[in-house]
Design a binder for this molecule. Structure first.
Ligand code: SF4
Ligand code: SF4
Length: 481
């Protein structure tokens, strides 16, 4: 007879998952571990049992013995399913990634080396009505001493990390090319002195890409992201000089020259989608086939919903359809072992393949910090010189208390709205800057785009399943699974 003192054997249920089918195979995306599990054989049968009811180990074994499996087969299948979190106790706590060490080593600094720009793009988060940076009265260009002190901070705060990275950003970054050039020379020398590998990248609008600058970028293996919104008509509807003239005819010859002469690091296009610029396939074709980019990525403009350029839910549904069509093209290439340049697909598939389970939505405040022209340190380049997301200054160093407070309040465990969402291992609540623009609170989850994020991740899971089934070797480029 059972007494209250006797221990009940734990009951198991199917773990938290998102199911999908691909290439004729049923898969589960296991939310706690971020892993992908092909349902087959005995494992599939155990999970089918536990989808409808909670059973203890003995009951599971009994049911499977009746179907002709041996005790050892069932027992080891149960152990394996527990190991990958495919089954769990229904009373167990919700599993969230652990909060990382508070002394997380820095990996990257983004230097906003100028807050000036020679373009006046309608949607720019630095100059539009949604701006949060307060640059009035601040220095327009970063001086070399601030940039060098930022490099020293990176070297010191990166702990035992062997590889570190400096990103140059603006305004228009190349308006302050002299400081970028001297900082690269300085940082290379200092990194070599203490035995670290250092890499560089910049974002530019391509208006100022002279022969001299291209030569420098190539010589120093600097990765380049070019902001461009498609063909002449689309690009010039948003990306204009201060006199209203479009930038396309100025930037395209520069970009072609860059693509021809700079072959030592990646050069990608970055497109901002707005109400009038959302034809993803037309833009992708133009950028890759007409201009010659190997890679292009897209993101919607960060905007309050009432802005004219805000893309709106209906257009976003259409964007998702176009993303899916391009992603299936990516699948076709992958099955043939060919590279496709749609970086939104390759980035997400890489995250799924490596089983990412994010504690934080991005590196801001964690491995990455932004620095403004006067040396103010911020969460990332978008918070530089704003009253939100301050993390100290170059003179006094990182404000470790502010950073600790940020990490405690922005962890996925603190974004309660996301706790029941299957897409949280990849999304983790989304960009803090976007959350601030929409809600006035950096720690709020970006609930305005959840359906979109889940739809996109579902497409990428299906594509992942197809590639994993039909050409698994292709996935080796993404590293360890
Ligand atoms: S923001 Fe939305 S999609 Fe992202 S994890 Fe949270 S609930 Fe899921
Ligand atoms: S907070 Fe947003 S803009 Fe800043 S690094 Fe993260 S994702 Fe990028």
């Amino acid at each position: 007879m059972n007494t209250v003192m006797e221990q009940q054997a734990p009951a198991y249920r199917a773990g938290e998952h998102h199911s999908f089918s691909s290439a004729g195979v049923d898969f589960w995306y296991l939310v706690p571990s971020g892993s992908i599990f092909a349902l087959e054989g005995i494992g599939k049968e155990v999970l089918a049992l536990l989808e409808d009811e909670a059973l203890d180990r003995e009951a599971i074994v009994q049911r499977l013995l009746e179907r002709g499996y041996s005790y050892d087969e069932v027992s080891s299948a149960i152990d394996e399913l527990i190991d990958v979190d495919a089954i769990a106790s229904p009373d167990g706590p919700k599993q969230m990634p652990p909060v990382p060490l508070q002394e997380f080593p820095l990996q990257r600094v983004v230097l906003n080396i100028t807050n000036q720009c020679n373009l006046a793009c309608t949607y720019c988060y630095e100059y539009s009505d949604d701006r949060i940076a307060q640059t009035a009265g601040k220095q327009k260009y970063m001086h070399a001493d601030i940039a060098e002190a930022s490099v020293e901070m990176l070297l010191q705060e990166s702990g035992s990390r062997p590889n570190i990275h400096v990103t140059f950003f603006g305004g228009e970054t190349l308006l302050n090319f002299p400081v970028m050039r001297s900082t690269v020379t300085y940082a290379k020398r200092r990194a070599a002195e203490i035995g670290k590998q250092i890499e560089f990248s910049l974002t530019t609008n391509a208006t100022l890409l002279s022969e001299e600058i291209i030569e420098f970028l190539s010589q120093h293996h600097i990765g380049v992201t070019v902001s461009i919104d498609g063909d002449r008509e689309l690009n010039d509807s948003q990306r204009v000089f201060h006199n209203g003239k479009g930038s396309y005819d100025v930037i395209v010859p520069n970009i072609k020259n860059l693509l021809k002469r700079h072959r030592t690091n990646s050069i990608g296009a970055r497109v901002t989608l707005t109400a009038g610029v959302s034809d993803v396939r037309r833009i992708y074709k133009h950028l890759t086939e007409e201009i010659g980019f190997d890679a292009a990525g897209f993101s919607p403009a960060t905007a309050s919903p009432n802005r004219l350029y805000s893309i709106g839910p209906q257009k976003m549904d259409n964007v998702l359809d176009q993303f899916a069509a391009l992603a299936w093209e990516y699948r076709d290439y992958a099955i043939q072992g060919r590279q496709h340049g749609f970086t939104n697909a390759s980035d997400t598939i890489k995250e799924l393949h490596t089983g990412i389970s994010k504690a934080y939505a991005c590196g801001a405040g964690l491995g990455l910090l932004g620095v403004g022209t006067e040396g103010n340190i911020s969460l990332c380049h978008r918070f530089v010189d704003s009253p939100v997301g301050k993390m100290g200054n170059i003179k006094d160093g990182i404000d470790h208390e502010a950073r600790k407070e940020f990490l405690n309040t922005h962890h996925i465990g603190a974004r309660y709205d996301c706790h029941t969402c299957w897409a949280r291992p990849v999304c983790a609540g989304g960009c803090y800057h976007e959350a601030f623009i929409h809600t006035g609170n950096t720690s709020a989850a970006n609930l305005h785009y959840c359906d979109w994020i889940r739809g996109w991740n579902d497409v990428c899971l299906q594509i992942y399943g197809e590639i994993a089934t039909r050409n698994p070797d292709f996935l080796n480029r993404f590293g360890e699974n």
